[in-house]
Design a binder for this molecule. Structure first.
Ligand code: FMN
Length: 334
């Protein structure tokens, strides 16, 4: 399957693995790239630019395919040394950067000078248009379903993607709620040139996280995520657990007066506890509604091959079947 995204990124399948804190290490990024998608190392999980350079080299050792790095621009008081991270990305020969959080505008000249393709992840049409205007090569349009930060508009992909298609001239990929061939075909029908998946990739053999995390994803349903930090306008979709229940209780008590200090224990330093130690009640960690569609732990290659085969069957058989007058839709998908 060729789309504007496969051609732009030099990949075989239009499937990108979004940056994920404490998940997007070289092991996962390389597995996704080796399977024909675009794997992404999460830049800020590496505490320094030097460590990121090492992680890029580790990834390069196990794949000769393109892979990217995620740079998340956080609303922190002491900003990480982004320019040094960009230098490490450039020197590591990485040609794709997924930006997220705040606008990457001030870093665009440096990224473009390094010949890097920039995919900015946005949760609204207006931010997508802004990304296009400042020279991003593509946008990852992240709907309300997504794991992580869905923004404050609560716009599901069924509306957000066709709205983006109507307005954007650069290609975009659909992010949030993507799990299988059905998601890919739906995203393509709504105007996207591919998909970005986060949560689904955690439930793979290669994802370098504690087994408890994968077991929790298998056990959870689409009813088990919660939105937290809304009062701080920093809404995050997370998997519920004891820490999250505590957090929500504090949010209820404090109402509009909530400050980040009130929930420090439930949100700060949680990722290593969950992803490395397997402490599933430690607090808030991102997880999408798509968790309701996760029922197995395949290898990354099995997952990607399955998505592509299912998408092909859907397009060639089920959808053209309707055009050929097969109203049962019974030219089976599976
Ligand atoms: C555990 C986890 C950690 C994440 N960490 C980041 C991050 O550090 N930076 C970022 O831009 N997005 C992050 N995301 C968002 C993903 O890149 C992706 O946009 C999102 O997961 C897509 O929604 P989905 O989970 O429904 O596939 C994270 C998602 C998850 C599930």
């Amino acid at each position: 399957m060729k789309t504007a995204i496969t051609e732009m990124l030099g990949i075989e399948h239009p499937i990108v693995q979004g940056g994920m804190h404490y998940v997007g290490f070289a092991e996962l990024a390389a597995a996704v790239s080796n399977a024909g998608g675009l794997g992404i190392i999460t830049g800020l999980t590496q505490r320094t630019p030097e460590l990121l350079a090492k992680e890029i080299a580790r990834c390069r050792d196990v794949t000769d395919k393109p892979f990217g790095v995620n740079l998340t621009f956080l609303p922190t008081f002491t900003a990480p040394p982004y320019r040094e991270y960009i230098a490490a990305i450039k020197e590591g020969g990485v040609r794709v950067v997924e930006t997220a959080g705040r606008s990457p505008e001030q870093y665009m000249p440096a990224l473009k000078a390094a010949g890097i393709k920039v995919i900015h992840k946005c949760t609204s049409v207006r931010h997508s248009l802004k990304a296009q205007q400042i020279g991003c090569d593509a946008v990852s349009v992240d709907g309300f379903e997504c794991g992580g930060h869905p923004g404050e508009d609560d716009m599901p992909n069924m509306i957000l993607l066709p709205r983006a298609a109507d307005e954007l001239t650069i290609p975009f990929i659909a992010s949030g709620g993507m799990a299988d061939g059905r998601s890919l075909v739906a995203a393509l029908a709504l105007g996207a040139a591919g998909v970005n998946m986060g949560t689904r990739f955690i439930a793979t053999k290669e994802a370098p996280v504690h087994q408890n995390v994968k077991d929790a994803l298998l056990k959870a349903t689409e009813l088990d995520t919660r939105l937290v930090m809304r009062a701080l306008r920093n809404t995050e979709r997370v998997l519920t657990n004891k820490g999250v229940e505590r957090l929500i209780e504090i949010e209820r008590e404090k109402g509009k007066n909530l400050t980040i200090q009130d929930i420090h224990d439930e949100v700060a330093g949680v990722y290593p506890k969950v992803m490395v130690d397997g402490d599933m009640d430690a607090g808030a960690w991102s997880c999408g509604l798509v968790v309701g569609l996760i029922h197995d732990i395949p290898t990354v290659k099995e997952l990607i091959d399955r998505i592509m085969a299912e998408a092909e069957r859907l397009i060639r058989s089920r959808l053209t079947g309707f055009l050929d007058g097969d109203i049962s839709g019974a030219r089976k998908v599976a």
